[in-house]
Design a protein around this ligand. Structure first.
Ligand SMILES: Nc1ncnc2c1ncn2[C@@H]1O[C@H](COP(=O)(O)OP(=O)(O)OP(=O)(O)O)[C@@H](O)[C@H]1O
Ligand SMILES: [Mg+2]
Length: 262
């Protein structure tokens, strides 16, 4: 269990946690009317501050289910999800939603930007809704756009940006609340290989240079090669982990993955 220096009963103040995330024995069963679908079985995942972890698995292996649980968008059937010392699986819906808004940053495959707003306005919008001082919001928006290397595009609307740039805006928006954990679901799913690699590199640099903690799920080995650790998921179960390393990260991940999924 992580020991906070600055524990908060609401879980909305930042404290120093060595383990940002401690998910234990997560199960998620979907009741569909017919046979229940067991999407996750006894999944446990522990992530340290500053780590970049990817979860890799085939379509239907449970990646989005896991990400939705970690992102407080859904509740597990059983198991616990402790983020910054708070078990978000045990709290009520309203508290979980507040925790997500204040302490998590989530990035999806589709960028979900508002077409009539500029990049900077899209980034600032969630904080504006939270009634934070406008000057402070603008200062923070400039700062996060700089972190994703988009300062020069801040006044552009989404339609004037490439897919990769739009995803950078979405990542900047996810950083606005200084999140404990950034979660990404197939963040390069709509991008070509080159732009996709740049997004993976950006996520890695957010961890390496800016001390962020990132968990990203993906079905492709490309992104996984940038991670500190690759957790392999198959049929809702964790099969093992790969540590990319050596001269050729991509082949280490590809052969490790083949070995684990059989
Ligand atoms: N709301 C739901 N109701 C019933 N079954 C669901 C629901 N959501 C997901 N599932 C099932 O749970 C399993 C895991 O789905 P999930 O979306 O987590 O997979 P995934 O690894 O993200 O796949 P993909 O790579 O295609 O996005 C699948 O068998 C899926 O059909
Ligand atoms: Mg998915």
């Amino acid at each position: 269990m992580p020991q906070p220096k600055d524990a908060s009963s609401t879980g909305t103040q930042t404290g120093e946690y060595d383990r940002v995330l401690e998910a234990s024995n997560l199960c998620r069963q979907y009741e569909t009317g017919g046979e229940p679908v067991r999407a996750l079985h006894e999944v446990s995942l522990s992530v340290k501050k500053g780590e970049f972890v990817t979860v890799m698995g085939a379509s239907g292996s449970g990646k989005s289910t896991l990400l939705h649980l970690l992102g407080c968008l859904d509740k597990p059937t059983s198991g616990s999800i402790v983020i910054e010392g708070k078990d978000v699986a045990r709290v009520g819906d309203r508290e979980r939603t507040l925790f997500r808004r204040r302490r998590l940053g989530i990035v999806f495959q589709t960028y979900n930007l508002l077409p009539t707003l500029s990049a900077a306005e899209n980034v600032a919008l969630p904080a504006m809704l939270d009634n934070i001082n406008q000057r402070e919001v603008e200062r923070r928006a400039r700062q996060v756009l700089e972190q994703v290397d988009l300062s020069h595009r801040s006044t552009h609307r989404p339609q004037a940006l490439s897919g990769g740039e739009q995803q950078r805006v979405a990542i900047a928006r996810a950083l606005m609340n200084d999140p404990a954990l950034v979660l990404a679901d197939e963040p390069t799913g709509n991008l070509d290989t080159q732009h996709g690699a740049a997004i993976w590199q950006l996520l890695a640099s957010l961890c390496g240079e800016h001390g962020r903690t990132v968990v990203a799920v993906t079905h492709e080995a490309d992104g996984a090669t940038f991670a500190d650790r690759v957790v392999v998921l198959k049929d809702g179960r964790i099969m093992g982990e790969i540590q990319p390393g050596g001269e050729d990260h991509a082949s280490v991940v590809a052969s490790g993955y083949r070995e684990l999924v059989g």
